[in-house]
Design a protein around this ligand. Sequence first.
Ligand SMILES: *Cc1c(COP(=O)(O)O)cnc(C)c1O
Length: 223
Amino acid sequence: MRVSENLAVVQTRITEAATRSGRKAEDVKIIAVTKYVSVERAQEALEAGIIHLGENRDEGLNAKHEIIGEKAVWHFIGSLQTRKVKAVINKVDYIHSLDRESLAKEIDRRADKPINCFVQVNVSGEKSKHGLELYEVASFVEAMHVYQNIRICGLMTMAPLTDDRDLLRNCFRKLAECRTHIQSLNLSYAPCTELSMGMSNDYEIAIEEGATMIRIGTALVGE
Ligand SMILES: *Cc1c(COP(=O)(O)O)cnc(C)c1O
């Protein structure tokens, strides 16, 4: 399938989910996750009108960034090893996987300008997943005030791989509640307006629960 055909389907579903929850489709940005696919396929996504691209490894990001460059807005969505920070930091616009202070320190040291970071939260508490637990998020965000180049733009989560819709909904809802709490702290470096949640399998529920950025790979560009 062409990306443009997949996109038409995804956009219809976004509109329906937004309407069901009294939101506007324009308030949900699509990040095309291109980690599985070629540079050509990523370019096809851009031609279809998607400007946000997501990669989860430094190799994939660099290979695509070299060719596509500033035509896209770049999102680093994978867990980020501290020693890899310098390889990606000045190519990305958003990092979705801030989950520890040592990583913040390295981002702060290497970045030329403030970087939009999502705090990754492990809402479900699965051992296999990266991210802070919900109860740790507020104190972590408060500790970020010393880093001039860290801007906390929002929270990110990966829901469990399940078809249990209630469980998924509950996970997204808890992240949205946590976001509201962080916003209420009124920290200048942490506006925390964004919610990065929802993938191919669960983006409609995520939108119903307030997602502002959804990260779609399989359903858009393929596996
Ligand atoms: C791979 C990946 C996605 C996209 O997954 P799909 O199920 O293919 O849509 C989204 N977010 C993260 C963090 C990923 O690693």
